[in-house]
Ligand binder design. Structure first.
Ligand code: ZN
Length: 79
């Protein structure tokens, strides 16, 4: 999903916050580890049908996604 790279840090943080506030509305794809809405039967990214429904894991995952962009700075520092 090339579009994901164009999402601003702020938008990413807001999405992560929304997921943390309502973890029961989301689940994690076991195939590609995307957070998807709980109502889908197939992952929209990789079409897997196994999901992790743990709300604790959904929250943890959302926090990682919200922070991921900061890590990309490190690779630029190496150039
Ligand atoms: Zn998937």
């Amino acid at each position: 999903m090339a579009v994901m790279g164009r999402i601003s840090m702020k938008a990413r943080e807001e999405a992560a916050r929304k997921i943390v506030e309502r973890p029961q509305d989301f689940k994690i794809c076991e195939g590609c580890e995307s957070i998807v809405v709980a109502s889908v039967d197939l992952c929209p990214n990789c079409h897997a049908y196994c999901f992790n429904l743990s709300q604790d894991d959904v929250i943890k995952h959302a926090e990682i996604l919200g922070a991921r962009e900061q890590q990309s700075v490190t690779s630029e520092d190496l150039l």
